[in-house]
Structure formats: structure tokens, C-alpha cells
Design a protein around this ligand. Structure first.
Ligand SMILES: [Fe+2]
Length: 391
């Protein structure tokens, strides 16, 4: 079926964050609008971002970023956490859609069905965030990171990974706020795993599903891969500068508040990995600003997010986690920036984890979008944003 003409979706041409912010009346009720055959459309990236934007090239030059200094990240690989009770977190992670691929008395590695050996690592000990782990382009990138950040090393330079599935080498450094950042290289690839079957979907005019019935089985939403993680920082400008100057981390969206002086202050960054023309996830890392009303008064990890197959998978996974008595934070809903269908949960140590499906892809030609920060800009549909999400 041909895509709907974009002229019927004029409202999408302004920044969607803004559109959502202005779609309620003064008493908070939605503005009344007529019925439409379709409330959504897939819009070309730069048309959807709109005029409040700059090219990535001009943003990088404005910031005085020298690409030759970058340690090149190839992709996000896995998350690392420390938990008091490994058995408890293992039951949760299995209900969340992961498999244990290796266990020792004090460590566990959990996989999805994607190309990574593991997407989550847990170590026994007091509750602690141990950072995200990126796979770097080459061994030289590990050497470069260990040299440039020698004052920030947590590992003894480059260390060989002995115990983890797939092996490889690791360098762990701390960022300016003290968050660990893990860089790995040389992990052996996994054997291809079975991918889920794609559902055949009938709509009003195209009905390819003929004498085939939709049938589902209750159960966890199987995790494919790690998609992104986010940090809440005390000094957002410094942290943004550090990540974007030292690594191929480039903004997809920057959010701002307007100060009483009329000045704009940037408070959040959604960033992708610069892989040139290759398509990458809209955001792999995000940074936001600690606010005085945050329930955690110091810099902390906000959440990490794992990809699942589709909306039905996500809804089945939501039902499974709810029936097991876990605590939902927010979801199911649809984000605006990144477009993902989201579903956030507290794990058994009260770290936030997310299932997502249907996220946006960008490349070096996608514009950097600017938009006002605000709770109302977080989702186009879904439950109201709970205050505990803004922790
Ligand atoms: Fe997320």
C-alpha cells in the first residue's frame, strides 16, 4: 500500500514534542479533533524533526569536536550491575526474557537471541551500577582509551576477559561523574540463533493473512539485544562534552528549558553512535539532568533498555511480568523521540529496565533536533508519566 501523502500530516512537520505540549486545553483536556482514518504515519527523519535543527556536521564543528581524537565505538554490547541477591535477579531476568548462559557462585551472564554472547552481566555484592559496555572498533581503540584516560582507569590497563562467554579484552574507565564505562574488543561472535516468526497482519484494504489464525502463548518477551541506557547527571554540560568529545557519540535530539533570563539551557541528550552512512539506533545513550525533586539526590543510572520483537510480544511480556507480581513503572506506551513502544519495570534491586520495540534508525544525514524538555513530550500515547519514572 502506498504511504499516505505527507500533506495530510502537516502537524508532524513541526516538532512533535511541541505538538504534544500544545494539544491540551487550559483545563488539561485534549483539544477536540475530528476523526481521522489514521492517526499515525511514517515520516522521513528530517521532515519529522522539522526546522528546529542543525546538521550533525555543523553541531560537531560548533562544539570544536576533533573526530580524530574519538575512540570508535562499534555498538553497545551489554550492561553490568552488582546485586545483593543473584538468585532473585536471575528469576527476574528470566521472567524479563533473558537466558542464563554462564553462572559461577558470584557471577551470572544473561543472553538474548541477538548476536551478542550476553546482554547483561550480574555480580554478587551490594547494589551497584557497574556501567554499560561498548564494543570498540579495533584493539587499537582499546589502547587509545587506556592511554587517553589513564587517570580514569579502573582496570589495570587492557585486561583479558577470562571468565565471560566469548572472552575478549576490556578497559574500564570512569566518566567525570564517576560512572564506570566499559570498552570491550575481541569477543567471539555467537552462532546465529532462531529469529521469531513475523506476524502477518491484515488491515482494512490489504489482507495477506488468509485462513491463518493469530495464536499466542503466554510467557516472557524474549530479549533480542541491549538498545540503550541513560544516566542522570549533576553536571550535564560537562558530561555531554566528555562523551561527545572522546567517543563517536553524536546527538539525535537535545532538549532544553527556557531560563527566566530568556536564555536556553540544554538539559538532556539522546545520542547515537556515528557510523557514517550505516543505520544505527536513534539513541544508544542518553544523559539528563538531576533535578532537586529527584528521589535519588546524586548522579545515578536511569534505566537500560532491551529490544523485543513486536507489540504483541511486548504486551504478552507485560502481562507475564504483571502476573508474577513485579512492579511496573510506566507502560505500555509510545515514545516520541526515538518512536519506541516502551514498557518500564523495576527489577528486584530497584534498577529500572525497559522492553522496547519498533525504534527509529538514523545515520550521519539525520538532523540534530532541538525541543523543549517536559514530561508531556515523553510519550504520544500510554499511561500518564508517573513521578517515579522521573527519579
Ligand atoms: Fe529508554
Amino acid at each position: 500500500m502506498a504511504a499516505p501523502p505527507t500533506s495530510s500530516f502537516k502537524s508532524f512537520q513541526t516538532n512533535l514534542t511541541e505538538t504534544k505540549a500544545h494539544s491540551t486545553t487550559t483545563n488539561g483536556n485534549p483539544v477536540s479533533r475530528g476523526p481521522s482514518p489514521n492517526r499515525g504515519a511514517s515520516i522521513q527523519d528530517n521532515e519529522a524533526i522539522g526546522s528546529e535543527s542543525v546538521t550533525q556536521k555543523s553541531w560537531l564543528s560548533e562544539q570544536g569536536i576533533d573526530r580524530s581524537k574519538w575512540v570508535m565505538l562499534r555498538k553497545l554490547s551489554h550492561m553490568r550491575y552488582q546485586h545483593e541477591n543473584l538468585d532473585e535477579i536471575t528469576v527476574f531476568m528470566r521472567d524479563f526474557g533473558m537466558h542464563v548462559v554462564k553462572k559461577t557462585d558470584t557471577e551470572r551472564w544473561y543472553s538474548g537471541y541477538g548476536p551478542d554472547q550476553y546482554v547483561y552481566y550480574a555480580r554478587e555484592g551490594p547494589r551497584k551500577f557497574l556501567g554499560g559496555a561498548f564494543e570498540v572498533e579495533s584493539y587499537e581503540d582499546l589502547e587509545k582509551a587506556a592511554e587517553i584516560h589513564k587517570d580514569r582507569l579502573q582496570t589495570k590497563g587492557i585486561e583479558e576477559i577470562h571468565s565471560a562467554p566469548g572472552g575478549g579484552h576490556i578497559v574500564t574507565i570512569t566518566d567525570p561523574e564517576g560512572f564506570p564505562l566499559n570498552l570491550i574488543h575481541g569477543q567471539t561472535p555467537t552462532d546465529p540463533k532462531q529469529m521469531p516468526a513475523k506476524l502477518i497482519v491484515n488491515d482494512e484494504s490489504t489482507k495477506p493473512r488468509q485462513r491463518q489464525f493469530q495464536r499466542f502463548q503466554p510467557g516472557p518477551a524474549a530479549v533480542h539485544k541491549l538498545g540503550h541506557f541513560g544516566l542522570v547527571s549533576a553536571d550535564f554540560p560537562a558530561l555531554q562534552k566528555w562523551y561527545t568529545q572522546n567517543f563517536n557519540i553524536v546527538p539525535s535530539d537535545l532538549l532544553y528549558v527556557n531560563l527566566p533570563s530568556g536564555e536556553r539551557k540544554e538539559v538532556a541528550l539522546f545520542a547515537h553512535l556515528d557510523r557514517g552512512q550505516d543505520l544505527v539506533d536513534h539513541h544508544t545513550i542518553f544523559l539528563s539532568t538531576l533535578t532537586p525533586d529527584s528521589s535519588i539526590p546524586e548522579p545515578h543510572v536511569h534505566h537500560c533498555s532491551f529490544e523485543v520483537h513486536d507489540f504483541d510480544t511486548q504486551a504478552l511480556g507485560h502481562q507475564w511480568l504483571a502476573e508474577k507480581g513485579y512492579k511496573n513503572v510506566w507502560g505500555v506506551g509510545r515514545h516520541i523521540l526515538g518512536s519506541q513502544i516502551f514498557d518500564y519495570w523495576w527489577d528486584t534491586s530497584k534498577f529500572m529496565v525497559e522492553h522496547y520495540a519498533d525504534g527509529d534508525l538514523v545515520n550521519e544525514d539525520t538532523l540534530v533536533g532541538y525541543g523543549p524538555a517536559g514530561h508531556e513530550g515523553l510519550a504520544v500515547w500510554g499511561p500518564d508519566v508517573p513521578t517515579e519514572f522521573l527519579h
